[in-house]
Design a protein around this ligand. Structure first.
Ligand SMILES: NC(=O)c1ccc[n+]([C@@H]2O[C@H](COP(=O)([O-])OP(=O)(O)OC[C@H]3O[C@@H](n4cnc5c(N)ncnc54)[C@H](O)[C@@H]3O)[C@@H](O)[C@H]2O)c1
Length: 347
C-alpha cells in the first residue's frame, strides 16, 4: 500500500510516518514543503528504509502534486500538511488561508483527477483535522461529537473548518472516497517548542518565565501523539468511507494544572534549588481564546476499537524525559529563528 503523508516532517506527521513504516505492507511518501515548523531530523530513524521516500513539495503546487501521483500511484493520501499555530494565525492569517484552504483544495483536485482515471479502485483521501473547528464549550456542556456544528474562533480553526468542508463537499459532490478525523490537542516528543507543553518545559529548564494566558483555567483535552498515530492508522485501514471520526484521550485538563504537572515532574527529574512553579507568570489573554475543548471519542472506540494507551500522567512523564534527553533536537530550533519568549499554547 503506497501512502502519501503530507506534512510528514511535522510533529504528528513524523510520528505517523514512523508508526506506519513499522508495517511492512506500507510504502510511505512524505510530501512536505519544510516550513519553519518542520524538522526532517525527526525522521532520522526511517530515512534509510527502502519503503520511505521524501519529496519536498508544496501542497499548493498542482503540477508538482500531479507528477507525484503519476510517479507513485498512491493507494491513499493522509493530509496533515498545515499551518498549525493559533498565535501565528492571529498575527498573520495569509499562510493559513493559503496552505490550509487552497492547499487542501489543490490536493483534492489533483487526487480527484487521479482517482477518476480509475487507476486505483480502493483509493482513499484521509483529511486530518482538529476539534478546534467546533469552537469552544462551557463547563458542563457535553463534549463535541461528530454531529456538533462548526463554530471556529481563530483564523487557524476557521481555515481548518474550511478545509473540512471542502473535503466533505468533494466526497458528496464528486464521490471522492474521503475520511475525516478531528482530534484534540496532541503532545509528546518532537513537538515544536512554540507549543504549550514543550514551551513550558524548555522555558523552565532555561530559568525563564512560564507564561500562562489569562487565569490559566482554559481547558484542553490532551492526547499522546503516538496514540493519535494509532488512531489515524485504524481509520485509514478500517474507517468507513464518507465518515468522520472524533479522536481524543478523554483527558480534560486546565492549562494551569498542566503547567503545575510539568513543574512537579521537573522538580523530581531535574531538581533546582527552588521550585519551577515559582517561574509561572500570568499574561494578557489571547484574543478570542477558546474556553474549553472536550472530545467525545466513543464512535471511533465502538466502531474501530481504538482507545488510547497512554494516560496523561504516563505520557507527560515520557514527554518531559524526552526533552531532557534530546537537547540536540530542540537546541537547533532555539538557536535558529525561534524566540523563546513567544507564547506557546496552540492546536
Ligand atoms: N498538534 C495538534 O494538537 C493537532 C490536533 C489536531 C489536529 N491537528 C492537525 O494535524 C496536522 C498536523 O499538525 P502538527 O501539529 O503536526 O503540525 P506541524 O506544524 O508540526 O507540522 C505541519 C507540517 O506541514 C508542513 N507544511 C506546512 N505547509 C505546507 C505546504 N504548503 N505544503 C507541504 N507541507 C506543508 C510543515 O513543513 C510541517 O512539516 C495539521 O493539519 C493540524 O491541523 C493538530
Amino acid at each position: 500500500m503506497m501512502i502519501f503523508v503530507t506534512g510528514g516532517a511535522g510533529f504528528i506527521g513524523s510520528t505517523l510516518v514512523k508508526h506506519l513504516i513499522n508495517n511492512t505492507r506500507y510504502h510511505i511518501i512524505n510530501i512536505d514543503k519544510l516550513t519553519y515548523a518542520s524538522n526532517i531530523e525527526s525522521l532520522d530513524s526511517v530515512a534509510d528504509s527502502n519503503r520511505y521516500y521524501f519529496e519536498q513539495v508544496d501542497i499548493c503546487d498542482a503540477l508538482a502534486l500531479q507528477k507525484l501521483f503519476e510517479k507513485y500511484h498512491p493507494d491513499a493520501v493522509m493530509n496533515l500538511a498545515a499551518e498549525s499555530h493559533v498565535d501565528r494565525s492571529i498575527d498573520g492569517a495569509a499562510p493559513f488561508i493559503k496552505t490550509n484552504i487552497v492547499g487542501t483544495f489543490t490536493l483534492l483536485e489533483t487526487a480527484r483527477a487521479y482517482w477518476s482515471d480509475g487507476a486505483k479502485t480502493n483509493f482513499k483521501f484521509h483529511h486530518i483535522s482538529t476539534d478546534e473547528v467546533f469552537g469552544d464549550l462551557e463547563i458542563g456542556d457535553p463534549a463535541f461529537t461528530e454531529k456538533t456544528s462548526y463554530m471556529p474562533s481563530s483564523p487557524y480553526s476557521a481555515s481548518k473548518a474550511s478545509s473540512d468542508h471542502l473535503v466533505r463537499a468533494w466526497g458528496r459532490t464528486y464521490g471522492l472516497p474521503i475520511l475525516i478525523t478531528n482530534c484534540s490537542n496532541n503532545y509528546g516528543p518532537y513537538h515544536h517548542p512554540e507549543k504549550l507543553i514543550p514551551h513550558i518545559i524548555l522555558n523552565a529548564i532555561h530559568g525563564k518565565p512560564l507564561p500562562i494566558y489569562g487565569d490559566g483555567t482554559n481547558i484542553r483535552d490532551w492526547l499522546y501523539v503516538e496514540d493519535h498515530a494509532r488512531a489515524l492508522t485504524a481509520v485509514i485501514e478500517h474507517g468507513v468511507i464518507g465518515e468522520t471520526y472524533n479522536v481524543g484521550g478523554n483527558t480534560e485538563r486546565k492549562n494551569i494544572d498542566v503547567v503545575h504537572m510539568i513543574c512537579d515532574l521537573l522538580n523530581e527529574m531535574r531538581p533546582i534549588e527552588g521550585n519551577y512553579r515559582d517561574q509561572i507568570e500570568f499574561v494578557k489573554d489571547r484574543p478570542g481564546h477558546d474556553r474549553r475543548y472536550a472530545i467525545n471519542a466513543s464512535k471511533i472506540e465502538k466502531e474501530l476499537g481504538f482507545s488510547p494507551t497512554e494516560t496523561f500522567e504516563t505520557g507527560l512523564r515520557k514527554t518531559v524525559q524526552w526533552y531532557l534527553d534530546n537537547e540536540s533536537w530542540w537546541s537547533k530550533i532555539l538557536g535558529e529563528k525561534y524566540n523563546l519568549a513567544r507564547l506557546g499554547e496552540s492546536a
